[in-house]
Design a protein around this ligand. Structure first.
Ligand code: FES
Length: 516
């Protein structure tokens, strides 16, 4: 496969050349040193997104000594690339949850999300945070006849759970729809303005943050310890893996119980004024819409186009599809930002939050938020913090990672792992003999060098960056992601920089570098 820079520049007209989320550009985040020694703490947290930072903040208020490390910089993972809706409307989910788990559990899931919304609001008030928080109704709509009856079923589920809602036939946007379900009184905010305040408060409470510090393993002695790539340790009573994909597995096979998806957002200025609300459709391709304020102007955030990581077409075409959608429904005046995110979905669609294994008391995971990280991440922090301080939490058993429901989990388990097996074999058999002479700057190609499958990226200065395309997790072959300039693994979603360094796991080791 050869992706030419000039092709996508022509195709994308005004889309920004490089991906960058609005959230990160509009906040001055503090920076922290890397960990250069072995330390002790009450709680070691791995991962500086909404889950890790909220957990650190909650525990620091209990006078616990917390150390948080991040492999890169804080808030540069999925939290920094979200659409930041604070809602319990997680797609069409409640009818499915009632079918699989019963009404009580479905109700509990709703309450967990609404409690998380309430927690965010309370923290915002307590710390006096100006984070563009705004109550909005959440709309799920369809323009496909085949989803109309599903929306009606979902409405019945809302009624049986006592969710305040309304069934409608239109939305206040210039988009054709056949049926709409509105969940009242949800919210949106600027996630990084909010979390920056939590970082500041945590620092005041004594939390130590370390950036560019990668956790590679966990060691059990008297107390567990996180081991960093440089060989330093954080020995602590409790360890929290809030690193999106758990940095440590303890034979729990999380990689076989979740699948990764990427999705895309473009931030657009348009002549139309936004009528309020947060929107998402039911059918594929997904379209998600909300606005935020940008230098006093409205910025439309249009998202969607999700697909399994490392699979499918050239990633720039996903941005192009969002651009086409924006131009069809809006008078676009500018494309200001574009970015993408990775999300993990579990076998039964409920996050895994709690002890890493059934018998474990000191190591916790929080993962599999299925694109709804603002509420699920906040609730995960609350559940784990409550567990550590010995407080009852009503949602503990709903999200426990050691649960297993044979329906639908078994079927999904088979699907996920059959797909992995297919990609493992496909990558090895693929004939790849592309010509490096034709490679343009800022393009990448997969070719064979000395008989070995090699990923080659040519940078703007025509320097070649070459890596072995065999993923260091379990040996699948990575594919080029032109939209984000990364090598992505189709099996469990590991992602690598052009120099082979890990962007996100489950892989822990970089791709091997190659020379001509
Ligand atoms: Fe598992 Fe690549 S992420 S093989």
């Amino acid at each position: 496969m050869l992706f030419r820079r000039e092709d996508f520049i022509l195709a994308n007209k005004n889309l920004p050349q490089f991906p960058e989320p609005y959230w990160r550009e509009s906040v001055n985040l503090p920076s922290f040193p890397s960990l250069k020694e072995t330390i002790k703490a009450d709680v070691a947290i791995v991962g500086g997104g909404i889950t890790g930072i909220t957990t650190a903040y909650l525990l620091s208020k209990q006078n616990l000594q917390v150390a948080l490390i991040d492999a890169g910089v804080l808030l540069n993972g999925t939290t920094g690339h979200t659409t930041a809706k604070i809602t319990a409307q997680h797609g069409l989910i409640y009818d499915e949850l009632i079918q699989h788990f019963g009404l009580d559990q479905a109700k509990l899931y709703y309450e967990a999300a609404m409690d998380a919304k309430e927690s965010i609001f309370k923290i915002m008030k307590a710390l006096n945070i100006d984070c563009d928080y705004k109550e909005e109704d959440a709309y799920i709509y369809t323009n496909s006849n085949s989803y109309v009856s599903q929306i009606e079923k979902e409405k019945k589920s809302y009624d049986s759970i006592n969710i305040t809602s309304e069934l409608k036939e239109d939305i206040p946007l210039d988009i054709p729809v056949k049926s709409v379900l509105v969940m009242k009184n949800q919210a949106q905010f600027h996630p990084l303005k909010y979390l920056k305040a939590l970082i500041d408060a945590s620092v005041e409470n004594g939390v130590t943050f370390y950036e560019n510090t990668t956790a590679v393993d966990l060691e059990y002695n008297k107390e567990p310890a996180v081991i960093t790539r440089e060989g330093h340790r954080i020995t602590s009573k409790y360890i929290v893996s809030a690193s999106h994909f758990p940095f440590y597995d303890k034979s729990s096979f999380y990689f076989s119980r979740m699948y990764p998806e990427r999705s895309y957002v473009i931030a657009v200025k348009a002549k139309e004024s936004f009528p309020g609300g947060m929107y998402i459709n039911t059918e594929s391709p997904t379209r998600s819409i909300r606005t935020t304020t940008y230098n006093g102007e409205e910025l439309w955030l249009i998202g969607g186009e999700n697909h399994k990581t490392g699979q499918g077409k050239s990633t720039m075409t996903h941005y192009e599809e969002l651009q086409k959608f924006a131009e069809k429904h809006l008078t676009v005046t500018d494309y200001v930002y574009r970015w993408s995110a990775q999300d993990l979905t579990t076998l039964d669609k409920l996050p895994y939050i709690g002890p890493i294994t059934k018998s474990e008391e000191s190591v916790f995971v929080a993962t599999g938020f299925r694109k709804w990280g603002m509420t699920n991440g906040t609730q995960a922090a609350q559940i784990i913090a409550d567990k550590i301080i010995g407080k009852e939490n009503p949602y503990t058993s709903l999200f426990t990672p050691s649960r297993f429901q044979s329906d639908p989990s078994l079927k999904k388990f088979m699907q996920i792992n059959a797909d992995v097996a297919k990609h493992l074999i496909k990558g090895k058999l693929e004939y790849t003999e592309n010509n490096l002479d034709k490679l343009a700057p800022d393009d990448a190609v997969i070719t064979r060098i000395h008989g070995k499958r090699t990923g080659v990226y040519k940078d703007e200065n025509e320097k070649l960056h070459m890596v072995d395309t065999t993923c260091t997790h379990m040996g699948c072959e990575v594919e080029w992601n032109g939209g984000d300039r990364s090598w992505d693994c189709p099996c469990h979603g590991s992602r690598f920089k052009i120099n082979g360094e890990v962007i996100e796991g489950p892989a822990k080791r970089p791709l091997e570098k190659r020379e001509i």
